[in-house]
Design a protein around this ligand. Structure first.
Ligand code: PMP
Length: 406
């Protein structure tokens, strides 16, 4: 059982007023709020051990390097990676996907295929389109049905020995759909196809086990899991990381440099050119510790209660349509909806005046909106620090907006 009031007190931002009303923050799928331990850890790093890492013999450099590498191991344990050098620090999900898609340029030829799904965020579409343009590979798309769920039988038809990599999200940011990634990975491996999982929306809700999933790559962002912005992780299986060329050249990623030839450092440094976001990487470890203290079982269970409550309450509003899976067991705490023909932006603007932060628009997933022939949706995404009372406030605000706009 979570003590929500104690948890809320750990997030300073939640006690403020917006437009004269208590803030209700329901834009968690875009970014999470940060607990005080995370905010304090950033200041402590700069006040106590700030130095560049992996290079200095001096004390501060050693302390900063140790803290950075300890954080890598925390993340390794959190996602159950086999080796710490399979865990690469990145600037976020987008960075991780671009690192892999760029690397695949050296492995693809004309006629090969790259597969994504109809449910992807633009970050998991555009880099693969760019890769296809560069290599002459073809982009194929796993279709979805009216419930925003992938059609597995169509996936099986599309998959062949030509498919070199599949990039699919664990959970959809626009609809909250939980995708059957384990089944996709199992099937893909029968064809020797690599699978990258975009875990940006899964990691706030569940603890991924990359060995159990047997995925080849798993990417996520720190800022969505109570960590700092500009942080992220790319997990890659050792064999794949060894196959891919470096993404960026520079300091840190080399073994030896001459004007004739450069040799590259071992993993993970081969992919970590330049001075990284040291404070961010260290504090991402603090955020993961914090979430594990709250406990992912508690988080998942409580957020599901919020999803059930929010779905029931919002459905009371006449003309309100929720997009995404009908079975709540197949989605996370994201409710994407519209009311009649009212533009989502108009409802979002009025709701904001009442202190409630929701996201409106296409959620960087325009193909999903095109599928439903809508300009966008209003998206309320709940985190473990939200309450049922806040959902009541959202319902009242939406009702008010609908009255004003009808
Ligand atoms: N994929 C998904 C499913 C996402 O929700 C997001 C963030 N909205 C991203 C990728 C991109 O993450 P970032 O902007 O942190 O790189």
């Amino acid at each position: 059982m979570l003590d929500i009031q104690t948890i809320r007190a750990q997030f300073p931002i939640l006690s403020q007023k917006v437009n004269g009303k208590p803030l209700v923050y329901f834009d968690n799928a875009a970014t999470s709020q940060k607990p005080k331990v995370v905010i304090d850890a950033i200041a402590s790093y700069y006040e106590e051990i700030n130095a560049n890492i992996h290079r200095g013999v001096h004390k501060l450099s050693q302390l900063a390097t140790d803290a950075y590498e300890i954080s890598r191991v925390k993340i390794q344990n959190h996602i159950n990676a086999k080796h710490n050098y399979e865990v690469l620090f990145t600037a976020g999900t987008t960075h991780g996907i671009n690192l892999v898609s760029n690397g695949f340029a050296s492995l693809l030829k004309e006629g090969d295929e790259v597969m994504v799904s109809a449910l992807e965020h633009h970050s998991n579409i555009v880099p693969w389109q760019m890769l296809c343009e560069r290599t002459g590979a073809k982009l194929t798309i796993i279709p979805m049905d009216e419930n925003g769920e992938l059609i597995f039988s169509e996936f099986e038809k599309l998959l062949s020995g030509k498919t070199k990599i599949i990039a699919v999200n664990h959970i959809s940011n626009a609809l909250g759909t939980i995708n059957p990634i384990k089944k996709i990975i199992e099937k893909a491996h029968q064809f020797g196809t690599a699978v990258l999982i975009d875990g940006a929306q899964a990691t706030p809700h569940v603890k991924p086990d990359v060995q159990e999933l047997d995925c080849d790559f798993y990417v996520f962002s720190g800022h969505k899991i109570c960590g700092p912005t500009g942080t992220g992780i790319l997990y890659g299986k050792e064999e794949w990381l060894n196959k891919l060329p470096p993404y960026q050249g520079g300091g840190e990623m080399i073994k030896e440099v001459t004007f004739e030839k450069t040799t590259y450092a071992e993993l993970p440094h081969k992919f970590e050119a330049g001075t990284p976001n040291i404070a961010g990487g260290i504090v991402l470890g603090t955020a993961i510790d914090y979430l594990n203290e709250v406990g992912f079982d508690n988080i998942t269970k409580y957020e599901h209660e919020l999803l059930e409550y929010g779905t029931k309450r919002l459905s009371e509003i006449e003309g309100l349509k929720i997009y995404g899976p009908k079975s709540l067991d197949n989605k996370t705490s994201v409710i994407s909806f519209n009311v009649g023909n009212i533009h989502p932006y108009d409802i979002g603007t009025i709701v904001d005046k009442l202190g409630i932060a929701v996201r409106t628009g296409h959620h960087c997933a325009q193909p999903i909106m095109n599928f439903f022939s809508i300009p966008g949706t209003i998206r309320a995404s709940f985190s473990f620090y939200n309450t049922k009372e806040e959902i009541d406030a959202l319902v009242e605000a939406v009702k008010k907006a609908v009255t004003m706009l009808s």
